[in-house]
Each structure stands twice: as structure tokens, then as C-alpha cells.
Design a protein around this ligand. Structure first.
Ligand code: CAA
Ligand code: NAD
Length: 278
């Protein structure tokens, strides 16, 4: 059984992909209304894949039936793998990893879907740092093929191999990287998104114009501001703070406009408003 912790934007996609590939999944979040919303998103996504012929009706129903939900952390104690996808906050994640270490069997691999936080620190919160690893899926999980696999200072070859193989069995392409702030994906992506936000802040152009330039000019599927809304502006700010503090270089300073939008609760698509309205 696979346990997925956090049923937000990423957790529901991760649970879905494991279930599509035959795994029983327990999806855990803090309250039942969040879990009900997540199940609704999963059903919608499975329905779309079936409509397009990428999944048979029987496989769609079987995948849905493999997912159960829980609010009690004890429900994950018999998991063979835990994938953590809760808020991008180091202290909250370290506290959870410490608790998971006491709850799960010593063989269980504890993976984090963190965008930027130190896998080494998460490992050090447990007595099994060799079994703590980054398993970083991309949004939207059912459609994106990359899984960035992050080795912490003490992550073993065996854990890395197991997670790389598991990612392949889900139809994904794993890429192994080392543990530095933001890894590869967000060290490269977030400065671009931040620079696009500075362009709005300094009135270089409207959000629509900036996105159009990057879509038509660079063939990006989404403009950087549409993508920031899609990721979540709170998540983007948390990642930029990790890059800024972790690498100590002022070039990663989050744009004041991003901070102000997060303060206002404009978190992008998930809150109904960001650079655009939804
Ligand atoms: N499940 C199933 N189907 C989905 C879906 C989901 N979760 N999300 C979208 N789809 C469907 C759409 O509904 C659409 O179906 P229709 O054709 O029936 O409308 C279909 O997939 C294709 O979507 P679109 O036509 O809207 O657009 P598209 O061809 O551009 O594809 C996309 C969508 C794959 C999301 C594409 O826009 C894209 O690649 N965007 C960039 C995504 C990206 O960069 N992700 C990485 C974010 S960073 C990250 O994840 C790391 C981090 O730590 C922050
Ligand atoms: P989100 O805000 O959509 O969801 C987070 C969920 O975690 C919420 O439902 C919240 O209730 C829950 N939660 C908070 N504390 C919890 C706890 N102690 N136990 C269980 N659940 C708890 O966030 P998200 O965008 O899904 O991001 C989750 C993780 O995935 C973060 O580490 C983020 O950096 C990473 N990530 C995000 C994206 C993205 O595009 N949004 C992409 C890749 C990785």
C-alpha cells in the first residue's frame, strides 16, 4: 500500500497515478472536506483520460476503487512507501517525517514531493536517513512524465534504485539529481517566473503580454504567469525563499509583488485569483 500525505494540487495527482498503475493508495489530509474535494478532482481527471481513450472505463473504475482516504495519520502505518506532499514548509515537513519514522516499519521508504526543501534535513529528522529521498512529480501529475529523484546526503543507492524503478513502473521518466536548494527543476524555473513577476511590477508589460511573448516566442506551453497561477503563488514564494536563503545570492530575491499577492490570499488558480481570475 502507498500512502500519499497531503491531498492538494499535487497529492491528488500522485494518488491517482499510483492507483492507475495497480497500487492501493491511502490519501491523507487534515480534514474530510479537503479529501472529498481531492476525490472529485481525481474522478474528473480519470474521466478525462477515459473520454480520450487513454484509459478504459474498467481501468478508470478500478483506479478510483483503489483509493481510500484518511484524516488519521495512523492509517499510513502499514505503507511500503510514503509520498509526502503537504505544504512547502521545512518545519512542518520535518515534524511530519519525525512522526512517520515512529509510525511506519523500518523498511518503509519516506519520499518527499518537496519542490525545494533539503532532503538531507528531512532525513536527519528520522533514524533512517538512508531511506529518505525526494520523489518530485510535476504538475499536472497525470500528464507530466518527469520525476526528479533527489538524493540527500545519506540516501542509499538501494533507496535511489527502488524509487527510480518505481517511477518507471508508473510510466514516468526519473532523473537523478543531488540535494541543493530547488534541485534542478526549480533552480532553473523559479528565477524565470520571478523575473516575469518583476516585469509586471515594473510595468514592462501586462501579464497577458508577458505570457504571450513566452508562449509564441519561446514555444512554452504556458506563459510564466499562467504557470505561476497554476503552481500556486504561495508555493512559488516558498520555493524562492528557500533558494534565496539556501544559496545566499540576492538574484533569488522574491519580487515584492509576489509577496503582496500571497499576503492578499491571491494564490492563483486554487484560490480563484492570481495574475488572472478563475
Ligand atoms: N488530468 C487529466 N487530463 C488533464 C489534466 C489532468 N490533471 N489537466 C489537463 N488535462 C487535459 C485538459 O483538460 C485537456 O483536455 P481537452 O483537450 O479535452 O480540453 C488536455 O489535457 C490538454 O490540455 P490543454 O489542451 O488544456 O492544454 P495543453 O495541450 O497545453 O496541455 C499541459 C496542458 C500539459 C498542462 C500544458 O499546458 C503544459 O505542459 N503546461 C506546463 C506545465 C508545467 O510546466 N508543469 C511543471 C510545473 S513546475 C512543477 O510542477 C514543479 C514544482 O515544484 C513547482
Ligand atoms: P497545496 O496547498 O495544494 O496542498 C497542500 C495540502 O497539504 C493541503 O491540502 C493541506 O491541507 C495539506 N496539509 C498541510 N499540512 C498537512 C499535514 N501535516 N498532514 C497532511 N496534510 C497536510 O500544495 P501543493 O501545490 O499540492 O504542494 C504540495 C507539495 O508539493 C509542496 O511541497 C510543493 O512544494 C510540492 N510541489 C508543488 C507543485 C505545484 O505545482 N503546486 C509541483 C511539484 C511539487
Amino acid at each position: 500500500m502507498i500512502a500519499v500525505l497531503g491531498a492538494g494540487t499535487m497529492g491528488n495527482g500522485i494518488a491517482q497515478v499510483f492507483a492507475q498503475h495497480g497500487h492501493d493508495v491511502v490519501l491523507r489530509d487534515l480534514g474530510q472536506p479537503i479529501l472529498d474535494k481531492a476525490l472529485g478532482s481525481i474522478e474528473k481527471s480519470l474521466g478525462k483520460l477515459a473520454e480520450k481513450g487513454r484509459l478504459s472505463a474498467a481501468d478508470r473504475d478500478a483506479a478510483r476503487a483503489r483509493i481510500t482516504t484518511a484524516t488519521n495519520l495512523g492509517a499510513v502505518s502499514s505503507a511500503s512507501l510514503v509520498v509526502e506532499a503537504i505544504v512547502e514548509n521545512q518545519q512542518v515537513k520535518c515534524d511530519l517525517f519525525r512522526e512517520l519514522d515512529g509510525l511506519t516499519t523500518p523498511e518503509t521508504i519516506l519520499a518527499s514531493n518537496t519542490s525545494s526543501i533539503s532532503i538531507t534535513k528531512l532525513g536527519a529528522a528520522t533514524r533512517r536517513p538512508d531511506k529518505v529521498i525526494g520523489m518530485h512529480f510535476m504538475n499536472p501529475v497525470p500528464l507530466m512524465t518527469l520525476v526528479e529523484v533527489i538524493r540527500g546526503q545519506a540516501t542509499s543507492d538501494a533507496s535511489t534504485h527502488a524509487v527510480m524503478e518505481l517511477a518507471r513502473s508508473l510510466g514516468k521518466t526519473p532523473v537523478e539529481v543531488n540535494d541543493y536548494p530547488g534541485f534542478v527543476s526549480n533552480r532553473v524555473l523559479m528565477p524565470m517566473i520571478n523575473e516575469a513577476i518583476f516585469c509586471v511590477y515594473e510595468n514592462v508589460a501586462t501579464p497577458e503580454a508577458i505570457d504571450e511573448v513566452m508562449k509564441l516566442g519561446m514555444n512554452h506551453p504556458m506563459g510564466p504567469l499562467t504557470l505561476a497561477d497554476f503552481i500556486g503563488l504561495d508555493v512559488c514564494l516558498a520555493i524562492l525563499n528557500v533558494l534565496h536563503e539556501g544559496l545566499g545570492d540576492p538574484k533569488y530575491r522574491p519580487c515584492p509583488l509576489l509577496k503582496r499577492m500571497v499576503d492578499a490570499g491571491w494564490l492563483g488558480r486554487k484560490s480563484g485569483r492570481g495574475f488572472y481570475r478563475y
